[in-house]
Write a protein that binds this ligand. Structure first.
Ligand code: URA
Length: 240
């Protein structure tokens, strides 16, 4: 991993649409403390196709499922393994297996469900939480309209997923709710992040590492990530 504050790489990561040298490694670059940019070439390639405005709903959905498998691979790469004695058809052996309780994937409705499917392809035994929450613009208080999670979230690693970290308000509110129920081992995974949202999120939940495929330029006046990919939910479900 390459640490934060390395200006040339940071510049490339944060403004990838400006012509910069193309990197062909799968290094992860921390552009900010606690933030990992997953810059695997396959992730970047698929993301570019998803960003194109002419990409159809069907292709967008398929790519999101594929990319979420790759993102899941990275966000889980440091999970603890334990050694178990098993028998292959040939002989007994000591083999590595995931340790501890199963994961929880927590999807922030509705766009989070697009990331969820590919992640479940990779970890079919994961538990799933659905969180419908938004932050009231007037009161700034989180308003929860749906919450379902396993009872024992306190004992599990929770990976909260939402493709777009824009203002960060709904992600912050969702994690507030999980923490109220005892969760303390939490990671946040998205596809695109705005610098404003990252700052907001990291100051609200400095203990929650963020994984993203890209950090874009800024939020526009309507709260869209620029250059972004538009409304992720609309693009994945063909709504408007
Ligand atoms: N949510 C989206 O779907 N897209 C954005 O650009 C910002 C928030």
């Amino acid at each position: 991993m390459i640490e934060a504050n390395q200006p040339p790489l940071l510049k490339w990561r944060r403004f990838p649409w400006k012509k910069q040298p193309i990197r062909t490694t799968n290094w992860k670059v921390s552009a900010m403390d606690g933030v990992t940019v997953i810059d695997h070439p396959l992730v970047q390639h698929k993301l570019t196709i998803m960003r194109r405005k002419e990409t159809s709903t069907g292709s967008f959905r398929r790519l999101l499922r594929e990319i979420s498998t790759l993102l899941c691979y990275e966000v889980t790469r440091d999970l603890e393994l334990t050694i178990e004695t098993i028998e292959t058809p040939i002989q007994e052996m000591q083999a590595p297996i995931l340790e501890g309780k199963k994961l929880v994937f927590a999807s922030i409705l509705r766009a989070g469900n697009g990331l969820l499917e590919g992640m479940l392809d990779l970890v079919p035994s994961a538990r799933v939480s659905h969180i419908g929450v938004y932050r009231d613009h007037e009161t700034l208080q989180p308003v929860e309209y749906y919450f379902k999670a396993p009872e024992d979230v306190a004992e599990r690693l929770i990976i909260v997923v939402d493709p777009m970290l824009a203002t960060g308000n709904s992600s912050i509110a969702a994690i507030d709710k999980l923490k109220e129920r005892g969760a303390h081992n939490i990671r946040f995974l998205c596809l695109l992040a705005a610098p404003e949202g990252l700052k907001n999120f990291r100051s609200a939940h400095p203990d929650v590492p963020v994984f993203t495929a890209a950090i874009d330029s800024h939020l526009n006046e309507k709260g869209y990530i620029v250059p972004g990919l538009g409304d992720a939910g609309d693009r994945m479900y063909g709504t408007k």
